[in-house]
Design a protein around this ligand. Structure first.
Ligand SMILES: Cc1cc2nc3c(=O)[nH]c(=O)nc-3n(C[C@H](O)[C@H](O)[C@H](O)COP(=O)(O)OP(=O)(O)OC[C@H]3O[C@@H](n4cnc5c(N)ncnc54)[C@H](O)[C@@H]3O)c2cc1C
Length: 350
């Protein structure tokens, strides 16, 4: 992953592998090696503690937990900001440590350290993988196996009701009116949709499910721009698989910005071709840029404004990306490289 933060004067590759990760940050920020090594050791212990809890079916032996994983017990219940502050890491090192916050979508002052530690450690220690035949290949393989085993799959088939009788699911009804009998329904959707709209009659919604639903706040959603570009990655200054881009790594500021539908302060950009060169025809690039939208952001948007808002945000994100890539040291503007600006701004060229 590349991190580009112009306000902080940072443009750096963040490698996978715990040692290379520490090395890269220590190289950029003198004095950070020792606290960072301690920090990553704590993240590893937290990760292992969760695996232990998982292996014990959620009922771990507390004596073992305390003895083997004291760092987990000590840090559980604290936020990322609270725990990280104890390590005395230089401010600039935090900017290199925090980019993965955007995968969780809450600022470090509110994010559970346990969750962050597990996420950071697994990304850094295990790296990331991309299916050779893309995510679609994965879904298509599952589909083929279901059919092979005598199952059936339907596409473009919206379920409008989950019918309940006598306290038991009996069928699902599709939008076209077809009714499919079922003794059980696995609805892999947001519980707000399942219990708020689909279960019929409404009185059949279990009280506990309704209570849980009402107790939850809607979380952050993603805003993704997918680009199919008619130029190869090397002509677009894209030499890395991933980029975290934004003026700075102030997660509070970025989160507040995500709640207002302003041009985003932070985006994560993926160039699939850099991990999977055959994902698109020669001479083309698949690029996706993801920013977040806090729940408050959508509250003010009326249905008729939906596409305008999305197009406005998409344009701002593409412009930010093009500017930052153009400004990347070592990539300054050969005529061919300049093409990134033209590609992004020219109507019809995306
Ligand atoms: C921008 C972004 C980047 C991500 N990057 C990664 C990554 O790099 N690695 C990773 O592991 N994960 C990543 N994820 C997360 C991953 O995509 C999700 O965890 C995964 O797709 C969840 O799969 P799912 O099948 O549970 O839900 P979904 O993929 O959301 O599937 C739910 C399906 O239900 C359908 N549906 C909804 N209502 C109805 C209805 N009434 N009737 C019938 N069908 C209905 C929807 O159309 C949808 O197809 C990313 C997610 C986002 C948004």
């Amino acid at each position: 992953m590349n991190l580009i933060l112009p306000e902080a004067g940072l443009n750096i590759k963040i490698p996978f592998g715990v040692e290379p990760f520490i090395e890269a940050i220590a190289g950029a920020v003198p004095g950070s090696r020792e606290p960072l090594a301690r920090y990553m050791a704590v993240c590893r212990e937290v990760s292992r503690a969760l695996s232990f809890i998982g292996r014990s079916g959620g009922k771990p032996d507390l004596a073992v937990l305390l003895e083997r994983y004291p760092a987990f017990v000590t840090t559980a219940g604290y936020t990322v900001a609270e725990v990280t502050a104890k390590f005395g890491l230089p401010e600039k090192a935090l900017q290199l440590l925090y980019p993965y916050w955007s995968y969780m979508g809450v600022p470090v002052s509110r994010m559970s350290f346990t969750i962050f530690a597990v996420m950071l450690y697994s990304y850094i220690s295990k790296g990331a993988y991309i299916p050779r035949f893309t995510s679609h290949g994965l879904a298509a393989a599952m589909d083929a196996r279901i059919r092979e085993l005598g199952g059936e799959t339907c596409y473009n088939t919206r379920v409008s009701k989950i019918l309940v009788e006598g306290g038991r699911v009996v069928a699902v009804k599709t939008e076209s009116g077809e009714q499919i009998k079922a003794r059980a329904v696995v609805a892999n959707l947001s519980p707000h949709l399942v219990y708020g709209r689909l279960v019929h009659p409404r009185e059949a919604v279990p009280e506990r499910a309704a209570r849980l639903l009402n107790a939850r706040r809607v979380g952050t959603s993603a805003l993704v721009v997918y680009l199919g570009l008619d130029a190869p990655p090397e002509a677009l200054n894209l030499d890395s698989y991933g980029y975290f881009i934004g003026p700075s790594m102030d997660t509070e500021q970025a989160y507040a910005n995500f709640c207002r539908f302003e041009p985003p302060q932070m985006q994560a950009v993926i160039c699939l071709n850099r991990a999977n060169p055959e994902c698109s025809p020669p001479g083309t690039t698949i690029l996706s840029a993801t920013s977040l939208a806090g729940p408050e952001a959508w509250r003010e948007v009326r249905p008729e404004q939906y596409y305008d808002v999305k197009n406005y945000m998409a344009e701002a994100m593409v412009r930010q990306l093009a500017d930052y890539l153009d400004a990347t040291p070592g990539h300054t503007a050969s005529p061919q490289q300049r093409k990134v600006g033209c590609l992004f701004s020219g109507p019809g060229s995306i």
